[in-house]
Design a binder for this molecule. Structure first.
Ligand code: PLP
Length: 394
């Protein structure tokens, strides 16, 4: 049982301390129990915790929408739609894309392109886009089609009659998370964006994992100068404090839903806790910490340190503050065994098969990075033996 946390440290019921090596499943940004975020939530609690976002709005939501769209370079992104988790951030983007075309002159666009090994969430619609059978489930008849491609060559090779039905392309930019931290080739995103613009189909970016500094910039799409039609954000949006999500989009998409209510152009999508006041307060506080503590400015040195300490490990790869290794073992539970062993050395993380991820809160100190990697190496040594670590396991 985890009972307490501060910074990158989590404490169990026996008072033992661990370093949070996967940022509490990729959500935590500024550390646990951050005074600024704690104070903002407490202050909001003193006013009101939650009011319905259906037919009402409130100041924290208005401020947050403005801050979020201003964070995206350029002026293409102007609107924010709030939900309460990553899966619904994706679902609302997909449903907006499909409904937009349906009521704006291209109702034949019924197909979504997703990538092999993608992960976009666990709810049925988000899962329908997934390329991982384990998370996908069995149902897949939603009144739209999902075509899975492996790479841009396959996308380019689609027959014209397929191409002419595409409503949107969805991708995790730069790196696929749940697939085991798979990096896309450099410039792939830029090329995909150009393709989407040429075809006039929407580009949906799933930045649920990569958003909020994780890759070294505020959003991963900035690395390739891309601004999508839909930018889906969740996990780190509140600094890892509360369930909250935003789907950012363009004035063009927003405009496609305007009209007299009798025309039925409304986007009917509103979860009970969408736009929660507490969530907005936490998200605003997290953005304030980014500014006050100059979080992004400090990342390059941390990214280099992660690489320096880890690059001798087998299958090492990195995207900003995401680092992963893969243990080449026929036993598919080796990754889990290494993570269990790491607990004994004071490190918490979680495997994806035999891939082991180090993805600390962005506030991690150089010393904590060193201690996390030392613990990981000790765990590898416990499970795989010393030669495996030094010689590389593949
Ligand atoms: C975690 C994740 C999701 C789903 O977010 P939930 O809040 O768990 O529903 C979607 N896409 C990516 C890339 C993720 O990492």
């Amino acid at each position: 049982m985890l009972v307490e946390g501060y910074g990158c440290v989590l404490k169990d019921q026996f008072g033992r301390e661990y370093l949070d090596g996967n940022a509490s499943i990729w959500t935590n940004i500024h550390g646990h129990c951050h005074p600024t975020i704690n104070a903002a939530i407490t202050e909001q609690l003193g006013k009101v915790a939650h009011t319905s976002f259906l037919g009402f709005t409130h100041e924290p939501a208005i401020r947050l929408a403005k801050e979020l769209v201003d964070l995206v370079p350029g002026d293409k992104i102007t609107r924010a739609f709030f939900t309460d988790n990553g899966s619904t951030a994706i679902e609302s983007a997909v449903r907006m894309a499909l409904q937009f075309w349906k009521q704006n002159g291209r109702p034949q666009l019924d197909t979504l392109i997703a990538f092999d090994r993608a992960y976009h969430g666990d709810t049925l619609g988000a899962a329908s886009l997934g390329g991982i059978p384990l998370f996908k489930g069995s149902g897949n008849d939603f009144g739209y089609r999902v075509l899975t491609v492996t790479n841009l060559d396959e996308l380019n090779a689609l027959a014209a009659e397929e191409r002419n039905r595409i409503a949107a392309v969805i991708i995790e930019p730069l790196i696929q998370g749940a697939a085991g931290m798979r990096l896309w080739p450099q410039d792939m995103l830029k090329t995909l964006n150009a393709w989407c613009e040429e075809q006039d189909v929407f580009l949906i970016l799933d930045e649920v994992m990569t958003g909020f500094g994780r890759t070294g910039k505020m959003f991963a799409c900035e690395h390739e100068g891309v601004v999508p039609d839909f930018l889906c954000l969740a996990k780190g949006i509140t600094g890892g404090y509360l369930p909250f999500a935003a789907t950012l989009t363009t004035e063009r998409v927003f405009g496609g839903f305007l009209g007299d209510p009798s025309e039925g152009r409304t986007f009917f999508y509103g979860h009970s806790y969408a736009g929660s006041q507490l969530g907005c307060a936490a998200a605003l506080a997290s953005l304030r910490v980014f500014r006050e503590e100059r979080v992004l400015e400090q990342l390059p040195a941390k990214i280099v340190r992660l690489r320096d300490r880890m690059s001798d490990l087998p299958g090492f790869r990195q995207c900003g503050m995401i680092a992963a290794i893969t243990v080449d073992s026929p036993d598919l539970s080796t990754g889990a065994k290494v993570c269990l062993a790491a607990r004994e050395h004071g490190l918490l993380t979680r495997p994806i098969g035999n891939t082991i991820v180090l993805m600390p809160p962005l506030c991690v100190t150089p010393d904590e990075i060193d201690r996390m990697v030392t613990a990981l190496k000790a765990a590898l040594n416990d499970v795989c033996g010393g030669s495996a670590v030094t010689a590389g396991l593949r």
